[in-house]
Write a protein that binds this ligand. Structure first.
Ligand SMILES: NC(=O)c1ccc[n+]([C@@H]2O[C@H](COP(=O)([O-])OP(=O)(O)OC[C@H]3O[C@@H](n4cnc5c(N)ncnc54)[C@H](O)[C@@H]3O)[C@@H](O)[C@H]2O)c1
Ligand SMILES: O=P(O)(O)OC[C@@H](O)[C@@H](O)[C@H](O)[C@H](O)CO
Length: 385
């Protein structure tokens, strides 16, 4: 069994690659980072260090590594005979992988079982996004694509911080993990991946994950950054920050319980567990990593505006989410292209227009005016009136 995995970074090596390896797949890592791929290609194994209550060390071997830029044709050939393709590259990168996957599917023999494609990104239905890009790039009858590949949405959850310099390929991760996969596209032939959970309706799980883990995480990051704190665990150790994060998760809990019918007590237990994960002092996770890409995080379907807009539509004022968005607008970490792009929008567009550019909210939406007020405070030379 062979899996091609795009993105040999934190979650790629520390979670998806590990689970596929444990499931018995030979994993072919494909990445554009030259040094990383060279190191993986020349190192027969690496370790995953799970830190927390019951720390363990797991070894990953039986993998190969290809540079998906300089060895693109080799990656296409590998995918054409693979069982699975997974990705963990960031949702905005999926469009660059699609032509490679499309060419591989075109090459694929009809005798093989359909390629099973799963994007493992923090975004709602990222695999659907990838599928649409692959459909556009596919050169051949649509029926060939349908016959030769199945696409399943997933939700992945494991905190994998940026790794310390000098750690080589080894990855430090939390002990917790969850990989929830939509069973329905596989029509009875879902891959056997121990540790993965299959469900018939992914929507509640993916929204619960994004709007609890990632909303809470990003809130801790932006409040922590504003307070001059470096680590997520230290931000959570600050009572004032922890209370603000808690307030944000109260709001998303209200939405998730009413929208998806989760029991309030079950959702509360989920929230508590996640707060404990953020507090994990063994995990060297930083506010800069978790706050990365603020424009993506402030976009329409994402962890802040997604739930806040739905709450506003039902007449609830999402005060805590708005406070977290306010902190996000103040995130100025260096070396983040989205920080620069956000500053450019704030500096050049009037607040109403900037609100739509950043959040995708149209002027008539009930969340537009409160967000516009926040943005006006960040727009040099603009007035709130
Ligand atoms: N780290 C986590 O805790 C975590 C947990 C769950 C989900 N995720 C999601 O997983 C994805 C990856 O996150 P990460 O933390 O591993 O990031 P990362 O930066 O550590 O890894 C991303 C990798 O993708 C590679 N990449 C970029 N463009 C590429 C391309 N065109 N082709 C092939 N490879 C390319 C990069 O070189 C990098 O090695 C994101 O969508 C993230 O939201 C991360
Ligand atoms: O990866 P991002 O930038 O979408 O979000 C940063 C973190 O919140 C995220 O990577 C979490 O660590 C992860 O989603 C936990 O499952």
């Amino acid at each position: 069994m062979k899996a091609v995995h795009f993105g040999a970074g934190n979650i790629g090596r520390g979670f998806v690659g590990l689970l596929l390896h444990e499931a018995g797949y030979e994993v072919v890592f494909a990445d554009v980072a030259d040094a990383l791929i060279d190191q993986l290609a020349s190192t027969p194994s690496y370790e995953v260090h799970e830190v927390g209550e019951k720390p363990t060390i797991k070894t990953v071997d039986n993998y190969r590594a290809l540079n998906s830029r300089s060895q693109e044709q080799d990656v296409i050939v590998e995918i054409s005979t693979a069982d699975i393709v997974t990705t963990a590259v960031g949702p905005n990168v999926l469009k660059f992988l699609a032509p490679v996957i499309a060419q591989a599917i075109a090459l694929r023999s009809d005798d093989l079982r359909p390629l099973q494609v799963m994007a493992c990104e923090n975004a709602i239905n990222a695999t659907d996004t990838l599928r649409r890009e692959v459909e556009q790039a596919f050169d051949g009858p649509a029926s060939d694509l349908t016959a030769r590949a199945v696409f399943a949405n997933t939700a992945v959850d494991r905190i994998v911080p940026n790794q310390a310099a000098g750690q080589g390929l080894d990855v430090t991760v939390e002990t917790f993990f969850e990989w929830v996969i939509d069973r329905t596209p596989f029509e009875g032939n879902a891959p056997d991946i121990p540790g993965a959970t299959y469900v018939d309706d992914l929507a509640p799980y993916i929204e619960r994950k994004l709007f609890t883990v990632n909303t809470g995480h990003a809130s801790a990051a932006y409040f922590g950054y504003a307070a001059g704190v470096e680590k997520i665990a230290d931000a959570m150790a600050d009572d004032a920050i922890a209370a603000k994060v808690r307030a944000v998760l109260e709001e998303t809990k209200q939405l998730l319980v009413s929208k998806h019918g989760f029991e309030a007590a079950e959702q509360e237990a989920y929230v508590q567990k996640i707060l404990r994960r953020f507090e994990n002092q063994h995990l060297p996770d930083t506010v800069v990593r978790v706050g990365r890409a603020p424009l993506r995080k402030l976009s329409r379907k994402e962890r802040f505006v997604g739930p806040a807009a739905e709450l506003a539509e039902t007449g609830t004022h999402p005060a805590a989410l708005l406070e977290a968005m306010q902190a996000a607008l103040s995130f100025t970490a260096a070396d983040d292209p989205e920080v620069t792009a956000l500053a450019e929008i704030l500096a050049t567009q009037e607040p109403g227009e900037a609100t739509t550019s950043i959040t995708g909210l149209e002027a008539g939406h009930p969340l537009h005016a409160p967000v516009r007020e926040l943005i006006a405070q960040h727009s040099p030379g603009h007035h709130t009136a």
